[in-house]
Ligand binder design. Sequence first.
Ligand code: AHG
Ligand code: MN
Ligand code: MN
Ligand code: MN
Length: 335
Amino acid sequence: MTKKNQTLGEFIIENQSSFKYSSGELSKLINAIRLAAKVVNHEVNKAGLVDILGDAGDTNVQGEEQKKLDVFANEKFISTLKNREIVCGIASEEEDSFIAINSNDNKHQNKYVVLIDPLDGSSNVDVNVSVGTIFSIYRRVTPVGTPVTLADFLQPGNKQVAAGYVVYGTSTMLVYTTGDGVNGFTLNPALGTFYLSHPNMQFPETGKIYSVNEGNYVHFLQGVKDYIKYCQQEEGDRPYTSRYIGSLVSDFHRNMIKGGIYMYPKSSVTESGKLRLLYECNPMAFIAEQANGLAVGGKSRIMDIEPTELHQRVPFFCGSRKMVEKLQECLDKYH
Ligand code: AHG
Ligand code: MN
Ligand code: MN
Ligand code: MN
């Protein structure tokens, strides 16, 4: 049952028994993410006052310049999860390979692995525009008691048991699903408590917003170009409105509330687009589908893609059902 203004802590306890696997481990895990999100939120909010803006001076495995806040958020999420010994492994955008967690008194006994994008939209952080965190949770496929392997992380999105994001925006929200709808919680910063503010979130069936980095237009495939032209045509409720923040979490969050479509296509210069399947596209796709939206990769459902690499990139189209269907129609013309 969802009650408005319930705290996230109360909500987790109340809904624990409805999880497919109700050992309490998943609840503890979401609690740990809640805690790490508050710590990162605190740092993001005072970013201009402390020496945490700008580049860290390193690049991650995908060749991206790491921001200081990328590194900070990565460390906070990893240490919070590690210290509580509630997952057997973590994979992160900012780590070359996965981290196996195994302490002396807990020999690989935990069942879950987490994949995270600790700070999403980090290019926006220096200019005071909202950023986010994305997480995806799976049950391990290898036996409990043995070390985790890459196979535990390379699972299709349809095997996720939970996924969510935090948006550090005008207010800070944690939005997540365990496969039973999507609920959004807003942080009261004075109390440090998340309250249920957006129960049962749903994408409107259709919308009027399209979000894409149009600067890359010349490199897009013809199907995407056709759909963008369709959005811009004067007919019926069109032209649509163009809105692109450049933080996936924030663009997605707005589109889920107002109705819209987000696109990061492949192009003639980026063979698979930019977004990462395991810790960006799959969790957002799970949330989208749980909120009556759709997420496709060009030909098929994002969550049915069999991953082959930890940092694999895929084209990503996601949002209001009717808009994604129309886009798919445009793409299908050329295949
Ligand atoms: P991250 O900051 O985690 O590396 O992700 C950046 C992603 C995503 O948040 C955003 O939608 C997209 O990159 C923006 O890319 P462009 O600047 O190429 O439009
Ligand atoms: Mn990055
Ligand atoms: Mn990201
Ligand atoms: Mn990131």
